[in-house]
Design a protein around this ligand. Structure first.
Ligand code: SER
Length: 315
């Protein structure tokens, strides 16, 4: 059967790269990019694009009816830092956007739905190191609350209606193609841009703030791997713990100095994102994803750093 894939939120940090990867695999005309904003040249000129607001159920219905998608990726969301500036909008978009898609997936018998969760589902009382799939979860950002509630809805729709919904708890995603989308982990992208442009970076998180991170190439590969896995290999229907790297700004700066020896890192105190970062794990235990469907990251810190710098320099 030919796949027909909708990617909602296609202009974002993940969508930009996922649409390209999916179009390479499934054919350009079979992957429909959807966003509320006009897309980049690449996305618009390599396949179909639709203006869609995931909160407008009528428009969504028209799109589902038009394409009868076999797979839907819902990426539209407000992230942790932006979410705190507009908590009600973050809740509305992250929650009702998801419910709209889950409902339409049932009506149109969509074979598979992908929805990303985040390390933001953990909170100040969750274990900090090698954080388990199942543990205390007390998120204190509206983003984390919406992701945790969303995970429960995904599992609920799977159990009640048999919907094949799959999800990954992404750590901070590091990429060079598209700009990051207002998260707490965004420093790990800005640092590369500033290192190349200015030779210094003023970091909004403190030197010892260790957070879980992942290079975008690994994130895209892992996501498609999860979506391709046979349904009987998927034991987690809320969202999988998922890990790649864990580092502090100081450690990342040392790695950058191997390429730009004079790179200087300074710190801004009292940024509100520090509090968010302090409530999240330092590292994640992703054994279940490894055992269930063979997840394995390919980028370590040195490989990721070299790749980021090379690509940003060429951009
Ligand atoms: N990168 C995200 C954020 O910082 C975490 O899911 O909000």
């Amino acid at each position: 059967m030919t796949e027909k894939i909708l990617v909602l939120g296609s202009n974002g940090q993940i969508g930009t790269e996922l649409v390209t990867a999916l179009r390479n695999t499934y054919g350009e005309s079979n992957v429909v990019a959807c966003d509320i904003r006009r897309p980049d040249y690449d996305i618009k000129n390599s396949g179909p694009f639709e203006f869609v607001n995931v909160l407008e159920k009528d428009t969504l219905n028209t799109i589902f009816n038009k394409y009868k998608p076999t797979q839907v990726y819902l990426l539209a969301a407000l992230l942790s830092a932006t979410g705190e500036q507009n908590p009600k909008l973050a809740w509305d978009l992250n929650m009702n956007g998801l419910l709209n898609i889950l409902d339409l997936a049932i009506v149109y018998k969509t074979a598979k739905v992908y929805w990303p969760s985040s390390i933001a589902v953990f909170g100040p009382n969750s274990p900090k190191d090698n954080t388990d799939q199942f543990c205390v979860m007390d998120p204190n950002t509206v983003y984390g609350i919406s992701k945790l509630a969303g995970e429960r809805w995904c599992e609920y729709y799977h159990q009640k209606f048999g919907l094949d919904v799959r999800s990954i708890r992404y750590p901070g995603l590091i990429s060079w193609k598209a700009a990051p989308g207002g998260g707490t982990t965004d420093y790990a992208i800005h640092i590369f841009h500033d290192a190349l442009k200015k030779g210094n970076y003023d970091c909004f998180l403190s030197a010892e703030t260790e957070l879980p991170m992942l290079y975008m190439d690994d994130a895209i590969r892992g996501t498609i791997q999860l979506m391709d896995a046979p349904a009987d290999q998927i034991s987690i229907r809320s969202s999988y713990n998922f890990a790649g790297l864990s580092f502090t700004p100081e450690v990342l700066a040392s790695e950058i100095r191997k390429h730009i020896p004079d790179f200087k890192l300074s710190y801004t105190a009292n940024d509100p994102r520090q509090q968010i970062a302090d409530s999240w794990p330092r590292s994640i235990n992703d054994e279940i994803a490894k055992n269930d469907w063979g997840w394995k990251p390919e980028f370590n810190l040195s490989k990721m750093t070299a790749d980021m710098l090379t690509n940003l320099k060429n951009k």
